[in-house]
Design a protein around this ligand. Structure first.
Ligand code: 13P
Length: 251
């Protein structure tokens, strides 16, 4: 992946998409195949191999939404990083709030998964974010600092990791965080990286915003200082919407 805080836009399809949805990836490839931005589409596991073939030779990358912390073995229903690499996938999303809640993934497990991914040369997108209650109680800083500190493995570098700040209350709700809230949260996270790894790493690390990003608000979000891109959910499913978001980087 290119770095120097190059803009990074990822589309997380979550549990959506069937074979016919691959045409959306074809369109994104035809529009942005030569892009200088880092564009990653994260389709469900069933589409990874086909999607990977579609984008081969272009600048678009395909990523997985999860992986197991072990590289092989008796883990029914799981997918290992070696299997991902086998089909040309080199990026994995970890610690998404839906997995933290629905699959009971904690920081320790996310840390293990990230370490395994880094050891196998995968780039990780690691998500953190506070719930509505945590924000209401004034615990946003404490929550996201704790998640970051404990989810990041020792193998983490500014090149193999991208952080996504996704306030849980903004995911799929149409409630986007304000520019001020996004700016503050990103500054907290970058400062935490500075304390952990020093200024040089903190200044190179990319931090994305996610939570109800759409073609109407993306341009404003991309302009917030400290925001290096977006992790888009619902609005990444259709190439028409996702391409408008990508184009809004330069608006
Ligand atoms: P929405 O863009 O649908 O709110 O989802 C955000 C998200 O969770 C991306 O990972």
């Amino acid at each position: 992946m290119s770095n120097a805080r190059n803009k990074f836009i990822a589309g997380n399809w979550k549990m959506n998409g069937t074979l016919s949805s691959l045409s959306e990836i074809e369109v994104i490839k035809s529009l942005f195949g030569e892009t200088t931005y880092d564009i990653v589409i994260l389709p469900p596991a069933t589409l990874l191999a086909e999607a990977s073939k579609i984008v081969a030779g272009s600048k678009i990358k395909i990523g997985a939404q999860n992986c197991h912390q072990n590289i092989s073995g008796a883990h029914t229903g799981e997918i290992s990083v070696l299997m991902l690499k086998d089909i040309g996938i080199n990026i994995v999303l970890l610690g998404h709030s839906e997995r933290r809640t629905e699959s009971m993934e904690n920081n320790q497990l996310i840390n293990l998964k990230a370490e395994t991914s880094h050891n196998c040369k995968l780039t990780t997108i690691i998500c953190v974010g506070e719930t509505e209650l945590e924000r209401k109680n004034g615990n946003t800083k404490k929550t996201i600092e704790y998640q970051l500190l404990n989810s990041l493995p020792k193998t983490f570098t500014e090149d193999n990791t991208i952080i996504a700040y996704e306030p849980v209350w903004a995911i799929g709700t149409g409630k986007t965080a304000t520019a001020e809230e996004i700016h503050t949260a990103h500054a907290i996270l970058r400062n935490q990286i500075k304390k952990l790894k020093g200024t040089a790493v903190a200044s190179k690390l990319r931090i994305l915003y996610g939570g109800s990003v759409n073609k109407e608000n993306s341009s404003e979000i991309f302009q917030i200082q400290g925001v290096d891109g977006a992790l888009v959910g619902g609005a990444s499913l259709l190439s028409a919407d996702f391409s408008s978001i990508i184009k809004s980087i330069s608006r």
